[in-house]
Design a protein around this ligand. Structure first.
Ligand SMILES: *[C@@H]1O[C@H](CO)[C@@H](O)[C@H](O)[C@H]1NC(C)=O
Ligand SMILES: *[C@@H]1O[C@H](CO)[C@@H](O)[C@H](O)[C@H]1NC(C)=O
Length: 209
């Protein structure tokens, strides 16, 4: 069957688009790794490629509030250009990681201990939720608003999240909206409520005296 001009055009677009869609991580680098400015590359050893900042988590008591410990490019410079990073998430019973997005990466969450209710909302406003058991892996697609909640009555939960970027970034929905001085009237109109309600919400994010 001969292809019409339109079909040919469409095929060309697909062929051109495919390599682009395959480049979903950070921009590629033209060297094996990125040596930080001011560091003598010949003096680099295994330590540069080792991050020990998670060691204190291994034998410490679980924290009393929700805690994230990151190993991104900021903490671990060897990740620069490698398109990967980690975060360890610890949730006391009943704690929540509020709705947020990672603008530059998908998140692959591996629940290593406890139970965890997770959810994300896609661009059609459809909510996807799941209750994970230890050993389960859940993926939060890149850029979508998502959250986690430890729905256990008394036990904590621990998860390890991998990101497809060395600097995935985090945009917290509540603090982005209510802790950045966006005008009260604009927020009241946006949330279809009154200014007093907005001010009450903002008060919860005011720096504690
Ligand atoms: C880097 O370190 C090597 C080994 O100590 C030394 O020979 C070299 O001069 C250093 N290079 C720079 C630019 O400092
Ligand atoms: C959260 O918990 C950690 C460790 O238990 C503690 O150091 C920190 O001050 C707590 N943060 C808040 C905001 O309560």
């Amino acid at each position: 069957m001969a292809l019409t001009v339109k079909q040919r055009f469409f095929l060309a677009i697909l062929v051109l688009a495919f390599p682009l869609s395959a480049i979903s991580g950070d921009p590629d680098i033209l060297s094996d790794f990125v040596v930080p400015i001011g560091v003598n590359a010949t003096l680099l050893g295994g330590n540069f490629f080792t991050y020990t900042g998670m060691r204190p988590l291994i034998n410490s008591d679980p924290p009393t509030n929700f805690t994230v410990t990151k190993a991104t490019m900021a903490e671990f410079p060897a990740l620069n250009g490698q398109s990967v990073s980690y975060a360890v998430l610890e949730y006391p019973a009943g704690s929540v990681n509020p709705p947020h997005t990672h603008p530059r990466a998908a998140e692959l969450l591996f629940l290593t201990y406890g139970i965890l209710e997770v959810g994300f909302v896609d661009t059609t406003s459809k909510l996807f939720t799941q209750i994970l058991q230890a050993g389960d892996i859940f993926v939060f697609p890149k850029g979508l608003v998502h959250y986690q909640f430890n729905c256990a009555e008394s036990d904590f939960a621990v998860a390890v999240s991998a990101f497809g970027s060395a600097a995935a970034g985090t945009v917290s929905v509540p603090s982005t909206v209510f802790a950045t001085n966006i005008d009260d009237e604009i927020l009241a109109k946006s949330f279809k409520t009154d200014v007093q309600t907005i001010q009450k919400l903002k008060a919860g994010f005011a720096p504690k005296a």
